[in-house]
Design a protein around this ligand. Structure first.
Ligand code: ADP
Ligand code: MG
Length: 906
C-alpha cells in the first residue's frame, strides 16, 4: 500500500510482531468483508498521497524544516455498563482493523465506510500504548526544541479525559498522557541546566481561567508580533522538578476545575482544559567550540556559544464535540452554547482551511485557536487523538468525530526550532572562566616567582663557587709563575756566566781579552819590535840612499859593467817590495798598538768591541748615552781613533782591506770598523771608498769574523743619512741579507740587524728596503733569540713603523703597513711585553705607530695587537707612550667597535 510508508515510525515494533504469520490470513478474512472497490458508495477514505508526501514516515524526530503532518489516532472506548445492557442486542457501530490502521463505520447492516488513520486503537489498547503512539513522538520533539500539541477530540464520555488526564494514583497502568509526558520530560532534562514550568488553564465561554489560581479567570493572550509566539503572562507558572509535584499540581488543577464548574453550575465537558508545559534547555552552539566544563579545556579555548532552546508542550482536553451540534437543543443557554461552539467550531474551520491549504486560516476567530496558534499545525508537532464510543445510538456523533479526525490528518505543519542566545548563561560561564584564569594566573605567578628565587639562589651559589675556584687557580698560577720566573732567572744567570766565559775565551777581538799584565808585556814587546823595525828601516833607508848614490856613480861610466847594474836593479826592486811589506806591518802594528793602548786604558769597556757603542748614538730610547762614563769613553775613543787615522793614514788602512794577506784584512777591517764608529771619520771613510771596500768584503764571503766586523762597520756608516742611500745603491740590503742568512754567530746577526735597523729609519728608502727583502731579513735574524739581536730588530721595526706612519700622515703611503704584509705582526705581538725594557719600548712605539692608521686596524685586531695596545695604554711606564696608545685606541672605529663587542670597558 502506497500510504503505508508514513506510518511505520509511529507503530511499536512489538505490535506488528504480535501476529507475524496470521496477518495475511486476517487480512484476507477482513478483505472478504471489505466492499469491493467497484461497489457503489464504498471507498477507503484516506488522506490523499499528495498531502502525505514529504511526511517522511511516522517519526518526527530530527526533521528540522521538513514539512510534517498532524498525526491522528482514533481510540475506541469499551462499552460501559449502561451500553452493555442497552445495546446488548446491537452490534457496535464501528469495526476496527488496527493492523490495517482502518476503521469501518457501519452505515447499515450491509454497508460501511472505511477510514484510515495513523493509528487505530481498540478498546483493549493500553494507556501505555496510547501514550507511545499518540504523545511520545510529540514529547520527544518538544525535548528537541519544537513546540508540540496533543489534543483529544470526541464526544463527551468517550474517554478524552481518561486518555489525557488520568493520574493513575491507584493503578499506575492507568496513567494518562499528561502524567506519562511529564515522566518522559523529567527523565530527559538536566536539572542543572534545564528548567520545566507548567501552567494549567481552562477555557470556558472564551474566558481563560487559571486552574492553579481560579480567581484569575480572565487571562489575556499575548502574541509576539515578530515571532508569533503566544504567551499568557497572567497565568501561574510553576516550576516542576519532580513527578510528585506535577501530580499534586494536576490534582489541584482538577479539584479547582470541578469546584469552578460547580460554582458556575456547568460540567467539565463544556470547557477545554489546557496544560502548558514550558521546557527550557541549554544547548551548546557550534561543534568547533568545546565546552569549558570539559576537563581538558585550555585557557585559550573560546567559550562555547550558549544557546537556550525554548519549547512548549500543550495538552488540550477539548470540550465534548457533541456541543457543536447539540447545543441549544438540550436547553443550554444560547450564549454559553455559542461560546463553547465558537472555540470548537473555530478549531474545525482552521483545520479545514489548513487541510485545504487555504490562504486564509481564521485563527483569530476564537481564544482556543489563538492560543494554539503556535502549537497546532504551523511550526509545531501535533497529535490528535479522536475518541469514539461503540454505541450505535451515537452513530451521528461518531461519524462527525471521525470526519473531524480525517480532516485534521490533512493539516501539514512546518517545524521550526526555537533557539535563543543565552546571554545570561554566557556571562555566567565567562565569569567562571575568568575566575579560573585569575586563579591559574595567580598560581603561575607564584610558581614563576619561586622559580626566579630558586634560580637566583643557585646562580649565587655557583658564582661563589666559581669565585672560589678562580681564586684557587689564580693562587696556583701565581705560584707556578713565580717558580718559572725563578727558574728562568737562574737559567739566564747561568747563561750569562757561560757567555762571559765564552767571551773571555774567544772574545770579540781574539787578541783583546788578555790579562792586563800580559797586555803590557806584549805592548812593550811590540814597542820594542817597532823600534827595531824603525831602526832597521832607517838602516835600510840609509842603505838605499847609499845604493842610489853608488848607482848614480855606476851609471856614469856605463861601459864599466852593465851586468852589475842589472843585478843592483833587481836588488833594489826586492828592497822596495820588502819595504812596502814592512810599511804595511808598521801600519798594522801601529794601529794595533793604539788599540791596545786604548783598551788597556778602558779594559772593562771593550768587552764587546769598540764600535758596538756606536749604536747608542742612534738608540734614542736607551739611556746609555746619558751615562757620563760612556760619554768620557766616547771622547777618549774619538781621540784615539783620530790619532790612529792621523798616525797611520786612512787611505793606507783602507788599502789594507784589499790586502792579499787574510790576517791583514782582518786587522784592517777591525781598524776601519773602529774608525767608522766615529762620526767624524764616517764621511772620510766613505769618500775614501771605505764603504765600497766593506761591502766588497761581504760580497766576497770572507770568514765570519771579517763579515761580522764589516757588517758592524757598515752599521756604523749607516747612521749617516747620506751613507744610507749609498749603501742601498750599492746593493747593501741584499749583501746584508745574505750575510744574515749565512751567519751563525749572534754578534754577526746583531751587526746586520743593527745596519738594517738604521736603514729602516729613512723615509726615502722604505719602498726599496722592503722590495729588496730588508724587512724579511731583519725578521730572519730573530731566529737566534739573542736579546741584543732582538733589541736591534725591535729598533728597526720601530723606525720603519715610524717612517710609514709619517708617510701615511703625509698621504704618500696609503696601503697596509709593509711590516704587517711581511709578517712582522706575530713577532711584534709576541714580544710586545718583553722583559727587556729597550725591546719593549721599541715594540710599544711600533704598535702605536701601526695603530694610528685604520688600514692596519683589522689585522691588528685579528693578530691580537689590540690587547697589547690596551695593555700599553694602561700599564706602560712611559706616560707619553701610554697617552699615545690611549689616543690611538680612541681614534680607531675598528678598535672601539671590537672593544664594545668584547664588552671591554675602555
Ligand atoms: P470524556 O472526558 O470524553 O467526557 P471520560 O474520560 O470522562 O470521557 O470517560 C467517560 C467514562 O468512560 C469514564 O467513566 C471513563 O472511566 C470511562 N472510559 C473512557 N474511556 C475508557 C477506556 N478506554 N477504558 C475504560 N474505561 C473508559
Ligand atoms: Mg472529560
Amino acid at each position: 500500500m502506497a500510504s503505508s510508508a508514513h506510518r511505520n515510525g509511529g507503530v511499536p515494533r512489538g505490535a506488528l510482531k504480535a501476529h507475524p504469520s496470521g496477518s495475511s490470513v486476517r487480512q484476507s478474512s477482513f478483505k472478504s468483508r471489505l466492499p469491493t472497490s467497484s461497489s457503489p458508495g464504498s471507498a477507503v477514505r484516506r488522506s490523499s498521497p499528495a498531502s502525505l508526501a514529504g511526511g517522511g514516515g511516522g517519526s518526527f524526530k530530527g526533521q528540522d524544516g521538513v514539512p510534517g503532518r498532524v498525526r491522528v489516532a482514533i481510540r475506541l472506548r469499551p462499552r460501559n455498563t449502561e451500553e452493555m445492557s442497552a445495546d446488548a442486542d446491537f452490534a457496535d457501530c464501528v469495526e476496527l482493523q488496527p493492523e490495517l490502521k482502518r476503521l469501518k463505520l457501519r452505515k447499515n447492516n450491509w454497508d460501511a465506510d472505511t477510514y484510515e488513520f495513523d493509528e487505530v486503537l481498540t478498546e483493549y489498547a493500553s494507556q501505555k500504548r496510547v501514550y507511545e503512539v499518540v504523545a511520545k513522538p510529540v514529547v520527544e520533539s518538544v525535548l528537541d526544541g519544537y513546540n508540540g500539541t496533543v489534543m483529544a477530540y470526541g464526544q463527551t464520555g468517550t474517554g478524552k479525559t481518561f486518555t489525557l488526564g488520568r493520574l493513575g494514583e491507584e493503578d499506575t497502568a492507568d496513567r494518562g498522557i499528561m502524567v506519562r509526558s511529564m515522566e518522559d520530560i523529567l527523565a530527559n532534562v538536566s536539572p542543572d541546566s534545564d528548567s520545566i514550568s507548567v501552567s494549567y488553564l481552562q477555557l470556558y465561554m472564551e474566558y481563560i481561567q487559571d486552574l492553579l489560581d481560579p480567581s484569575n479567570d480572565n487571562i489575556p493572550i499575548v502574541e509576539d508580533p515578530k515571532t508569533g509566539d503566544v504567551s499568557l503572562p497572567g497565568a501561574t507558572l510553576l516550576e516542576i522538578n519532580d513527578q510528585q509535584s506535577f501530580l499534586e499540581l494536576l490534582s489541584i488543577g482538577e479539584a479547582h476545575r470541578i469546584a469552578a464548574n460547580t460554582k458556575l453550575n456547568t460540567e467539565s465537558s463544556r470547557s477545554h482544559a489546557i496544560l502548558m508545559v514550558h521546557v527550557k534547555r541549554s544547548v551548546t552552539g557550534g561543534d568547533d567550540a568545546p565546552s569549558i566544563e570539559n576537563g581538558n579545556s585550555s585557557h585559550f579555548m573560546k567559550p562555547s556559544k550558549p544557546l537556550v532552546r525554548k519549547s512548549k508542550l500543550v495538552i488540550v482536553d477539548l470540550a465534548g464535540s457533541e456541543r457543536i451540534h447539540k447545543s441549544g437543543s438540550e436547553g443550554h443557554m444560547l450564549e454559553e452554547a455559542k461560546s463553547i461552539n465558537l472555540s470548537l467550531s473555530a478549531l474545525g474551520k482552521c483545520i479545514n482551511a489548513l487541510a485545504e491549504n487555504s490562504s486564509h486560516v481564521p485563527v483569530r476567530d476564537s481564544k482556543l485557536t489563538r492560543l494554539l496558534r503556535d502549537s497546532f499545525g504551523g511550526t509545531a508537532r501535533t497529535s490528535l487523538v479522536v475518541t469514539i464510543g461503540p454505541s450505535p445510538r451515537h452513530r451521528g456523533e461518531t461519524t462527525s468525530t471521525i470526519l473531524f479526525g480525517q480532516r485534521a490528518m490533512k493539516v501539514e505543519n512546518m517545524l521550526k526550532i526555537k533557539e535563543e542566545f543565552d546571554y545570561k548563561s554566557l556571562s555566567r560561564k565567562l565569569e567562571i572562566q575568568v575566575d579560573k584564569l585569575v586563579a591559574e594566573n595567580e598560581r603561575l605567578q607564584k610558581d614563576f616567582e619561586d622559580e626566579v628565587e630558586r634560580i637566583n639562589l643557585e646562580a649565587q651559589n655557583r658564582i661563589s663557587e666559581v669565585e672560589r675556584n678562580f681564586a684557587d687557580a689564580l693562587e696556583k698560577e701565581k705560584l707556578k709563575c713565580q717558580m718559572e720566573y725563578m727558574e728562568s732567572i737562574k737559567e739566564l744567570e747561568e747563561k750569562m756566566v757561560s757567555n762571559q766565559r765564552k767571551h773571555n775565551r774567544d772574545g770579540f777581538f781574539d787578541d783583546k781579552h788578555i790579562e792586563e799584565g800580559l797586555g803590557f808585556e806584549e805592548a812593550s814587546e811590540i814597542k820594542r819590535q817597532l823600534n827595531d823595525e824603525i831602526s832597521r828601516r832607517k838602516a835600510l833607508e840609509e842603505e838605499v840612499n847609499n845604493l842610489k848614490s853608488r848607482l848614480a856613480q855606476c851609471l856614469q861610466p856605463r861601459e864599466n859593467g852593465g851586468g852589475e847594474i842589472l843585478r843592483l836593479h833587481k836588488d833594489l826592486e826586492d828592497e822596495v817590495r820588502e819595504k812596502k811589506k814592512l810599511e804595511e806591518e808598521v801600519i798594522m802594528l801601529r794601529s794595533q798598538l793604539l788599540q791596545m793602548t786604548l783598551e788597556t786604558d778602558q779594559p772593562r769597556y771593550h768587552d764587546r768591541g769598540a764600535y758596538r757603542d756606536s749604536f747608542n748614538g742612534l738608540n734614542s730610547l736607551t739611556s746609555q748615552d746619558q751615562n757620563p762614563h760612556y760619554r768620557s769613553n766616547g771622547n777618549r775613543q774619538k781621540a784615539s781613533a783620530a790619532t790612529l787615522s792621523e798616525q797611520v793614514g786612512l787611505q793606507k788602512i783602507l788599502s789594507l782591506l784589499e790586502s792579499d794577506d787574510a790576517n791583514v784584512r782582518i786587522h784592517a777591517v777591525k781598524v776601519v770598523a773602529n774608525l767608522a764608529a766615529e762620526e767624524v771619520n764616517q764621511e772620510r771613510i766613505v769618500k775614501a771608498g771605505g764603504l765600497t771596500s766593506l761591502l766588497m768584503l761581504l760580497r766576497r764571503y770572507e770568514d765570519e769574523t771579517v763579515r761580522r766586523v764589516a757588517a758592524g762597520a757598515i752599521a756604523n756608516l749607516a747612521m749617516n743619512e747620506a751613507n744610507q742611500e749609498l749603501i742601498m745603491v750599492q746593493g747593501g740590503i741584499s749583501l746584508l741579507s745574505m750575510t744574515a742568512a749565512n751567519a751563525e754567530d749572534p754578534q754577526t746577526l746583531r751587526m746586520v740587524a743593527g745596519a738594517i735597523a738604521n736603514l729602516c729609519g729613512n723615509d726615502k728608502l722604505q719602498q726599496k728596503l722592503r722590495t729588496e727583502g730588508g724587512i724579511r731579513a731583519l725578521l730572519g735574524t730573530v731566529r737566534c733569540g739573542h736579546p741584543d739581536v732582538l733589541s736591534q730588530v725591535a729598533r728597526g721595526i720601530a723606525n720603519f713603523a715610524k717612517c710609514e706612519s709619517r708617510l701615511a700622515t703625509q698621504g704618500i703611503r696609503t696601503g697596509k703597513s709593509f711590516l704587517i704584509e711581511d709578517g712582522a705582526l706575530p713577532w711584534i705581538v709576541h714580544n710586545a711585553n718583553d722583559e727587556a725594557a729597550p725591546i719593549r719600548r721599541h715594540i710599544e712605539l711600533a704598535l702605536c705607530h701601526l695603530a694610528q692608521h685604520e688600514v692596519n686596524a683589522k689585522d691588528m685586531v685579528s693578530g691580537g695587537a689590540l690587547w697589547e695596545l690596551v695593555r700599553i695604554s694602561r700599564d706602560c711606564s712611559r706616560e707619553d707612550i701610554r697617552n699615545l696608545a690611549h689616543k690611538t685606541l680612541n681614534s680607531s672605529q675598528t678598535f672601539r667597535a671590537e672593544l664594545r663587542r668584547l664588552r671591554v670597558e675602555y
